[in-house]
Design a protein around this ligand. Structure first.
Ligand code: NAP
Length: 299
């Protein structure tokens, strides 16, 4: 049985924590408002932005998973979540003379600036040109430069229960299909995110970095059309311009994020023995749509 701290225990962290608890581990979930954590994850009310609240971490931690997310899309919030929060937690671990066997960091494929559909893997340059990717890269470096072995897992766009923005946009008729060269998107189901983290925790000698996306980088228009067919609604019309209208908010960073087109490769993760429950958007969104339909039948 291991003692595991999940720092920033939200959507992904909670699925992970429940599974680790079911496997017999002792799990703490750290967040500012921990009342919503399910049984099995011991709540730890603390603010990663406030070092004073981190002075009472559980002792003798074996593993620490850092998966806090920024509260909003601003440089200040990204810096708080992925730089200051990481630094504060590392400091608290050192002050507590902890000797964790491994740290994990939930990073993002937004650290890659590639945007012309290039293949991307762990060896590709990760030179984000926006604040979001730069802050997350800084968080990775902090972990790798800590006194403990650390693994960063770069997730693609996470979707899953309650994270149905794309489905909703097709159903509501607000989605548009970008025209021109394919806009490749990379994603991973929320449950597979948690399974990847548990898998990496279980590896004897993991690499310091994994790209975690499903098997199929997919052009956005292909995904939108597939969803429209599943939903039985009209295909989204072609977009005359970029999917982001000028002035939609978020500035250059958001524009770069939405226009980003790259094909992330999960070969290293696959070679480590990981098997996806949802190997492409078809299985993942298919399961979400079936769950929706079952819910509707029950109402
Ligand atoms: N969304 C994506 O598509 C995507 C893609 C790649 C990577 N990621 C990364 O994947 C990880 C997991 O994401 P998720 O969807 O599980 O995020 P989430 O549901 O938003 O959970 C993040 C948790 O962090 C906690 N938190 C935030 N600030 C905190 C602070 N100052 N102190 C303590 N806790 C704090 C929040 O709880 P409280 O508010 O109660 O504190 C929240 O429950 C994140 O690191 C995210 O950046 C996400």
């Amino acid at each position: 049985m291991a003692r595991i701290l999940i720092a920033g225990c939200g959507d992904v962290g909670t699925v992970l924590g429940k599974s680790l608890h079911a496997a017999g581990h002792q799990v703490w979930g750290l967040k500012r408002q921990p009342a919503d954590l399910p049984p099995g994850i011991q709540p730890l009310a603390a603010d990663l932005g406030d070092p004073a609240t981190l002075s009472r971490l559980p002792s003798n931690l074996d593993y620490v998973v850092y998966c806090a997310a920024a509260a909003s899309f601003s440089e200040a919030q990204y810096r708080a979540a992925y730089v200051a929060g990481v630094r504060n937690l590392l400091h608290a671990l050192q002050e507590g003379e902890q000797q964790p066997r491994r740290l994990l960091f939930t990073s993002s494929t937004s650290v890659y600036a590639q945007h012309r559909g290039e293949p991307v893997d762990e060896g590709s340059p990760a030179e984000a040109d926006g604040f979001s990717g730069r802050c997350i890269r800084a968080g990775e470096e902090l972990l790798w430069n800590s006194p403990w072995p650390a693994v960063a897992v770069r997730f693609g766009g996470i979707y899953g229960p309650g994270r149905t923005r794309l489905i909703d946009s097709v159903r509501e008729g607000t989605a548009t299909c970008p025209i021109g060269s394919p806009l490749y998107t990379n994603r991973i189901h929320r449950d597979d995110c948690a399974r990847v983290l548990e898998h990496v925790l279980s590896l004897t000698d993991p690499d310091p970095l994994y790209v975690a996306v499903d098997d199929e980088p997919a052009p956005l228009d292909e995904v939108l059309r597939w969803l429209a067919h599943q939903l039985g609604v009209a295909e989204p019309p072609p977009a005359p311009e970029s999917p982001l209208k000028p002035g939609a908010g978020g500035g250059r960073d958001a524009t770069a994020r939405l226009r980003a087109s790259k094909r992330c490769r999960n070969a290293r993760l696959r070679a480590s023995g990981f098997q996806f429950r949802y190997p492409s958007y078809r299985e993942g969104y298919g399961a979400l749509l079936r769950a929706e339909s079952d819910d509707n039948k029950r109402v």
